[in-house]
Design a protein around this ligand. Structure first.
Ligand code: PHB
Length: 387
């Protein structure tokens, strides 16, 4: 009884404390669907850190609404994806979906987001379909399409005069599409992909495939691996003696967030990505300092993508003054935004994928040092999207 009285009294005090007529907007619930286990666990953590850094910089509120989070570990497992996204939507009643890293999981999320009309921002997964055949007014990406870094590297490798390339990757949307992008640009410039090697995600038994590469003796190798798998691939490629004889090129995920673990085996590797260490802009310097201060480690591309997902959400929310029932205005604001990203400002294509510069980077010590711009304002073709 006493407890109830105290609680009522406390509630009355709270009510009195609120200024007359002021209504506190309800909290906005953000559903973070990311991997916190498995080969992509570190990528999920960096995205979450980046997202939360931006929200913290805004005092924990976007467009006047306090942000609260609900989270699931999606384990980068497409088979569990529908259940996991439904936990966020039905158990936690989230207002927006942020996720994920793995293309197969992201496609399942996008299907549900499209059916339910829930705003969704993809802070990594590059699946072409998400901003292609599955594109939708409420689905946006703050990262890249798998095609983009592959295409940029195809041009670089051709320009270096290499004629024959073997590709090696995981057999799923990200690997397949990365290789397709590479092949499109490389073969347009007169090169030839002579062999496409694959293994199932997230396997790391590379030995037999490395033996095939040694036997095929191509001019160069192109690869997509990321996270824990990328660490092991770079070490195995070097241990097999291939690093000295056949130059290795990759989408930049090969060496992003991984250099501490790869050590000297990564030294000198050339990759293409929409971020690099040492861009040297005021925007990037400020971001890197804030990130390092908050998390005691340097940011990587995943951190940038998480940060920018929060920036995109903020743009939409500000336009509708925090009222997410105004769906068309929310989307229109993000569509025409210029996002002031640490990577350099970017806009979105008609299908909601970043139009952005792809940098050529080279590993020097623990950094992916900027070499130059490989592909300026590269836009994913958005094939199959009719928005
Ligand atoms: C993907 O599955 O789309 C993916 C995963 C990790 C990366 C990049 C792309 O680093």
């Amino acid at each position: 009884m006493n407890i109830i009285r105290i609680a009522l009294a406390a509630a009355a005090v709270t009510l009195l404390a609120a200024p007359a007529g002021a209504q506190t907007a309800p909290k906005l619930k953000v559903g973070l669907m990311l991997p916190s286990s498995g080969t992509y666990a570190a990528l999920g953590a960096a995205i979450e850190n980046g997202f939360k850094l931006y929200v913290d910089e805004q005092g924990g509120k976007l467009a006047g609404r306090e942000i609260e989070f609900a989270q699931v570990d999606d384990e980068s497992d497409p088979a569990k994806a529908i259940d996991n996204v439904n936990k966020l939507l039905k158990r936690d009643n989230v207002d927006v979906l942020i996720g994920t890293v793995h293309s197969g999981v992201a496609m399942a999320m996008a299907k549900v987001a499209k059916e339910t009309g829930t705003p969704m921002i993809v802070p990594n997964a590059g699946a072409g379909a998400v901003t292609g055949s599955m594109c939708a007014p409420n689905i946006f990406r703050s990262s890249f399409s798998n095609w983009q870094p592959g295409y940029a590297m195809g041009e670089v490798v051709a320009a270096k005069g290499h004629k024959s390339v073997v590709t090696i990757t995981w057999k799923y949307a990200a690997g397949d599409e990365s290789v397709q992008g590479f092949k499109e640009a490389f073969e347009k410039a007169g090169g030839k992909v002579v062999k496409e090697l694959n293994l199932p995600f997230p396997n790391v038994e590379f030995q037999a495939l490395l033996t095939e590469i040694a036997a095929a003796k191509p001019d160069a190798v192109y690869t997509f691996f990321a996270g824990g798998g990328a660490v092991k691939f770079v070490k195995d490629y070097s241990a097999a003696g291939l690093k000295k004889s056949i130059p290795l090129y990759g989408a930049g995920f090969l060496t992003d967030g991984t250099l501490e673990a790869q050590g000297s085996d990564a030294e000198g590797l050339l990759t293409t990505l929409h971020y690099a260490d040492g861009l040297g802009t005021a925007r990037d310097n400020a971001f890197r300092q804030a990130y390092a201060k908050a998390y005691k480690m340097p940011p990587d591309v995943y951190a940038v993508q998480g940060y920018d997902a929060a920036q995109m959400l903020a743009v939409g929310l500000v336009a509708v003054k925090g009222d997410l029932t105004k769906k068309a205005e929310f989307s229109a604001a993000i569509e025409k935004a210029r996002i002031d990203s640490p990577r350099g400002a970017f806009t979105l294509s008609r299908s909601h994928n970043p139009v952005q510069d792809f940098y050529l980077r080279q590993v020097v010590g623990k950094e992916n040092k900027l070499v130059g711009v490989a592909s300026k304002a590269l836009a994913d073709p958005g094939r199959g999207c009719s928005l």
